[in-house]
Design a protein around this ligand. Structure first.
Ligand code: DGL
Length: 288
């Protein structure tokens, strides 16, 4: 449940002040780094503040109340860090929690809308698969969004909560027997339904893209929610005149709610770097 409100109420001076602020991104853990990586790639001059709620991951198996509370705390932390936009780089938050833009007084986006937009343009046979966490699939957020505009499309949903634990523990090698068996087990019903497009509706899942692609076959187009959200974030910033125009190195700061060690260990894998050079800081998210 996400929309993006109009911030044309900002004065020219306020816009100038906001341009140089960072892009705030949050997720339950490491998954949102798939969106962060794409944001860094397509907007290299932008600064980034990333928060991974590693002390409370996974979100996908939690209640709606818990997810709402966590989303608000995560977003409030980023607001306090002085960001110009908040990206809920988490399929679960985007599916379950409301749009927080009014509450925060900041542009805000989740991953569902941009991902659905790309998926409906990609399908040729009108059969789209969606995989996500249990909370995401139970909310039917992607299915509702797609069928709002295209009631004729068939949408097949499958929750893959177990994928999150695999990814958070670095188990993503498509040649690993355990990974292969797990992916096969969850993908079989979707394969049988004949989908030609598959939404990776959780930002953790692009790490398993190769294993999923092998199982589904080359004829199926995978849609990466992290990537689509990065493209959409750029569009919002550009429309609001909030994209940086002057040269900037593009710094990234990372914060987590558990010990930084595990995050540091696996973040490089998500960012497609050999290691994470940046400092990772622990914060107490319950204070927000
Ligand atoms: N990365 C998240 C998502 O996109 C959350 C995974 C989880 O915490 O269960 O849904």
């Amino acid at each position: 449940m996400e929309t993006n409100k109009n911030y044309s109420r900002l004065t020219a001076a306020e816009v100038m002040h906001m341009i140089n602020k960072a892009i705030g991104i949050f997720d339950s853990g490491l998954g949102g780094l798939t969106a962060a990586r794409e944001i860094m790639e397509i907007m290299p001059g932008e600064d980034i503040v990333y928060f991974g709620d590693t002390g409370r991951v996974p979100y996908g198996s939690k209640s709606k109340e818990a997810i709402n509370k966590y989303a608000r705390q995560d977003a409030r932390f980023l607001k306090k860090m002085g960001v110009k936009i908040i990206v809920a780089a988490c399929g679960t938050v985007s599916s379950v929690a409301p749009d927080l833009s009014d509450e925060l007084g900041l542009p805000y986006t989740g991953v569902v809308n941009p991902t659905c937009f790309t998926a409906v343009n990609a399908t040729k046979n009108g059969k789209i698969g969606v995989i996500g966490t249990a909370a995401t699939i139970n909310s039917h957020s992607y299915k509702r969004r797609i069928q709002e505009k295209h009631p004729e499309f068939e949408v097949y949903e499958q929750h893959c909560q177990l994928f999150v634990s695999f990814v958070e523990n670095g188990l993503v090698d498509p040649d690993d027997e355990l990974v292969r068996l797990m992916v096969k087990r969850y993908m079989t019903p979707l394969k049988e339904s004949g989908v030609d497009t598959l939404i990776l509706g959780c930002t953790h899942f692009p790490l398993l893209a190769e294993a999923i692609q092998r199982e589904m076959g080359d004829g199926v187009t995978l849609i990466d929610s992290g990537k689509e959200t990065a493209i959409y974030t750029k569009k919002i910033l550009s429309e609001k005149g909030l994209l940086r125009t002057e040269p900037n190195k593009g710094e990234a700061r990372f914060y987590v709610s558990d010990t930084p060690a595990d995050f540091e260990k696996f973040a490089g894998m998500f960012l497609k770097k050999s290691s994470l050079e940046n400092h990772v800081e622990h914060i107490n998210i319950e204070e927000y």
